[in-house]
Design a protein around this ligand. Structure first.
Ligand code: URA
Length: 450
């Protein structure tokens, strides 16, 4: 045994720029799960790691220690290739809701352990919980049974599996310690390696609305994760994708479930489908369900056209206790009391030049769709729809988006700045910019790191 096993000594060593030993890192991961590392000590260490970073060796130890903080799910006896995908987090990123049933309909097993909203980004678990009855807190036995029967199951970190990530994830969300390569790397890979996958596809987002603001930082994160996957003998492929504007036209929870169903019906926004197809194709190839990306694309098109992918989503919702009527009757999900149309001001003319994903994410938080404290409940009903996309023509009065809000009607209040929907509208207006000439459209998918 080497190093100190007092939380304060570990915090001080990292605060002063030192490297932690394997024992210290294991003590941290176990300690946050069993309470020997208090929340205030854990957040102090997270902040020290945020500023001081970790060596590749420390990051690999942290990943493994977090993975081993709970049980490891063994899926060996379930036939089929177990392949998952994880995104580093974006705004309007509902890809998991479409990709999991789509990949399962194409023959893969998708054991997906996801997260809740983190910072300004939305979380898959929170979106799924907009579906009445949907349970993300399955036991390992239930998770395995649903995976074997349906082909896809989506859960969160539990007290049983990666409890260290459950605790650290919720602390990072509210303490400004999200955008750290070692912490993101360990958070994602600990979950993925614990859930029993054979291989993994990562969507590493970069840009205004992502935790990695630049492509080189995203590449650094991707390379770190691919390298740790290799040391754990799991093939990992990472796609670098742009997150300057939100994906799709809906941002929130209920509204993103509705948009995901539209995607599974083959009527989804082009950008959401481009990212979904690219990631799912890599999963199908890694899992041996398709010979190459072209074959994968043909399988995905067939699964969407036949309704098989939507049927899988229905099956998964039912298996996880959700009310499958949401597919045909989305009104049974939490629905906002008011809709406010945000329209382009007088004199607006030209094209949409930018839709700042960070500001849009903050607008949803302002409406009550995010957390300020670990214990906060989110409002699944709020969000925005009909969001314009970069490159679209606009003129005065054009609809920029519709806000779904639950605060009181503004007309009844004098102080607009205290009203959530007014704050959200101001953020949306600040985030959407215009240009006289059509802007050059940036590619969505940039690089493959494998
Ligand atoms: N997704 C995760 O699971 N963890 C992170 O740290 C970021 C995105």
């Amino acid at each position: 045994m080497s190093g100190s096993l007092f939380p304060q000594d570990i915090i001080i060593r990292k605060r002063d720029g030192g490297a932690l030993t394997r024992d210290e890192i294991e003590f941290f991961a176990r300690g946050v799960s069993d309470g020997r590392f208090a929340d205030y000590q854990a957040t102090a260490l997270l902040m020290a790691i945020f500023w001081r970073g970790m060596t590749p060796q420390e990051t690999a130890w942290l990943t493994e220690a977090m993975m081993r903080s709970g049980d490891l799910v063994d899926l060996h006896d379930i036939p089929g290739a177990k392949v998952d995908k994880h995104s580093t987090g974006g705004v309007g990123d509902k890809v998991s809701l479409i990709l999991a049933p789509l990949a399962a309909a194409c023959g893969l097993k998708v054991p997906m352990m996801s997260g809740r909203g983190l910072g300004h980004t939305g979380g898959t678990l929170d979106k799924l919980e907009a579906i009445p009855g949907f349970r993300v807190g399955l036991s390992v036995a239930e998770f395995r049974a649903i995976l074997a029967k349906v082909g896809a199951a989506m859960i969160g970190q539990t007290a049983q599996v990666v409890p260290a990530d459950r605790k650290l994830y919720s602390l990072r969300d509210v303490t400004g310690t999200v955008e750290s390569i070692p912490l993101i790397c360990a958070s994602i890979l600990s979950k993925k390696l614990a859930e029993g996958i054979d291989s993994l596809v990562l969507d590493i987002k970069f840009g205004q609305g992502a935790f990695m603001k630049t492509k080189p930082r995203a590449r650094e994160l991707a390379e770190a994760m691919v390298a740790i996957g290799a040391t754990m003998h799991r093939p990992v492929r990472a796609l670098l994708t742009a997150m300057n504007q939100p994906l799709g036209r809906a941002v929130g929870h209920t509204v993103e479930v509705i948009e995901s169903v539209e995607c599974l019906r083959g009527r989804g926004p082009v950008d959401v489908m481009e990212v979904t197809f690219a990631l799912t194709a890599h999963m199908l190839v890694l899992g041996g369900a398709a010979a190459d990306e072209a074959a994968a694309r043909r399988q995905m098109d067939a699964a969407l056209a036949s309704g098989a992918a939507l049927a899988k989503f229905r099956e998964m919702i039912a298996a996880q206790g959700g009310d499958v009527r949401v597919i045909d009757d989305p009104g049974i999900m939490p629905t906002a009391r008011h809709k406010i149309e945000v329209r382009a001001e007088a004199g607006t003319t030209g094209f949409v030049a930018g839709v700042d994903a960070l500001k849009i994410g903050h607008a949803v938080i302002a409406l009550g769709g995010g957390r300020a404290a670990v214990t906060d409940k989110i409002d699944h009903a709020v969000g925005l729809t009909d969001l314009v996309k970069i490159g679209e023509p606009v003129s005065a009065g054009a609809l920029l988006c519709t806000l779904h809000v639950n605060d009181d009607a503004r007309a009844e209040r004098a102080d607009l700045s205290a009203i959530a929907s007014a704050k959200a509208e101001a953020l949306v207006r600040a985030g959407i910019t215009f240009s006289a000439a059509a802007p050059t459209l940036e590619p969505l998918i940039h690089e493959l790191i494998s």
